[in-house]
Structure formats: structure tokens, C-alpha cells
Design a protein around this ligand. Structure first.
Ligand code: AMP
Length: 183
């Protein structure tokens, strides 16, 4: 059971600390810079505490972080949930045998990889990333996790750009949580 809900005032403080960088990495993109949250000890702790509260009823075996901001948020969450941490990385970064999934970007394709033996079939997995935009990255990560036989029971995000409708791509995942939503 979830015994506490995230405190509205703290969420507002986290939201206020997120820095908007216009036209980064290319014209027309409003980049949500979370380094200004991470560098603040209280806000960083609040984010991880909220993530824990929102997911501690899910009996998570593994928190899976998407490179690279998903590592920063996913690793402390795994510790807080007494779960293991498993990275999903870009092509060619993992040393042992991998499962691979290629997916379409606006221009070209990208590849995500996970160690083949990282997650036992049926294990309960929580996927973590900093931000959901079009949903392409999270969708690719979920497809990859399904190849390992993992049971993806939730996706935890710090930020959701709801106007991009990324959630639609994640149909089938029971719990998709974002601490901060821009509609
Ligand atoms: P998408 O695949 O479109 O959902 O994009 C999500 C991924 O791209 C996440 O790993 C984010 O870190 C990054 N991303 C996309 N849009 C932004 C944005 N406006 N600000 C910061 N990061 C973003």
C-alpha cells in the first residue's frame, strides 16, 4: 500500500528548479535541464523519496535506467526500494552478451542494448527515465525488456511533456507515473 502521497509544495519546488534552455540541442526544442534539481540536496532527495513512495507497493525486483539521466535517478531509487539496478545503454557500451533493439528517430535510427542475462524471466521491473517526450525511447526500452522476458510493471518519470502524447506508445504498461506534467 502507498502510505504517503508526494507533497504538493515540494513538487512545486522541484518544478521551479527545472531550468528551461530554449533551442537546445537544436532550434525549436525547449530543453528541460534537471541538473539544477540534482545539485540541490533537498530536491534530489525529495525526487527519490517520491519515486520510492509511488512504487514501494509494486514489489520491484529490478529498477532499469535508460542512459544516461535514467541512471542518475534509477540507481538511488533501486537502493531505496531494495531492488537491483540494470542499465539500458546505447549501442556498443555493454561488455557482455546483449539483447538489442533498433528504433526509428525523427532522422535515422538508434539502438538500445541490455545484457542478455541481466533480468531473469518474469522479474518485476520498473523502468526509469528523466523525461517522457514522444515516448519513442521508453517504448524502445520496453520492447527490449520484453525480449528478456521481464515483467514491466511500471514506468517512473520525473517529467512528462503530455502535449506530445508519449503515453500512447506505452499502452500495456500498468502504471506510468510522472512527478511533473506539462500539458
Ligand atoms: P522521447 O523518446 O521523445 O520520449 O524522448 C525522451 C528522451 O529524450 C529522454 O531520455 C529525455 O532525456 C530526452 N528528451 C526529449 N525531449 C527533451 C526535452 N525537451 N528536455 C530534456 N530532455 C529531453
Amino acid at each position: 500500500m502507498v502510505t504517503q502521497t508526494p507533497d504538493t509544495l515540494s513538487i512545486q519546488a522541484i518544478q521551479s528548479a527545472i531550468r528551461d534552455i530554449p533551442d537546445y540541442p537544436k532550434p525549436g526544442i525547449l530543453f528541460k535541464d534537471i541538473t539544477t534539481v540534482l545539485r540541490d540536496p533537498k530536491l534530489f532527495k525529495d525526487v527519490i523519496d517520491f519515486f520510492r513512495i509511488l512504487n514501494e507497493d509494486k514489489a520491484i525486483d529490478y529498477v532499469v535506467g535508460i542512459e544516461s539521466r535514467g541512471f542518475i535517478l534509477g540507481a538511488p531509487l533501486a537502493y531505496a526500494l531494495n531492488a537491483g539496478f540494470v542499465p539500458i545503454r546505447k549501442k556498443g557500451k555493454l561488455p557482455a552478451q546483449v539483447e538489442r533493439h533498433d528504433y526509428e528517430l525523427e532522422y535515422g535510427t538508434d539502438t538500445v542494448e541490455i545484457h542478455t542475462d541481466a533480468i531473469p524471466a518474469g522479474a518485476r521491473v520498473l523502468l526509469v527515465d528523466d523525461l517522457l517526450a514522444t515516448g519513442g525511447t521508453a517504448e524502445a526500452a520496453i520492447t527490449l525488456l520484453q525480449k528478456t522476458g521481464a515483467n514491466v510493471v511500471g514506468v517512473q518519470l520525473l517529467i512528462e511533456l503530455a502535449f506530445l502524447d508519449g503515453r500512447k506508445k506505452l499502452a500495456g504498461v500498468p502504471a506510468i507515473n510522472a512527478l511533473i506534467t506539462y500539458s
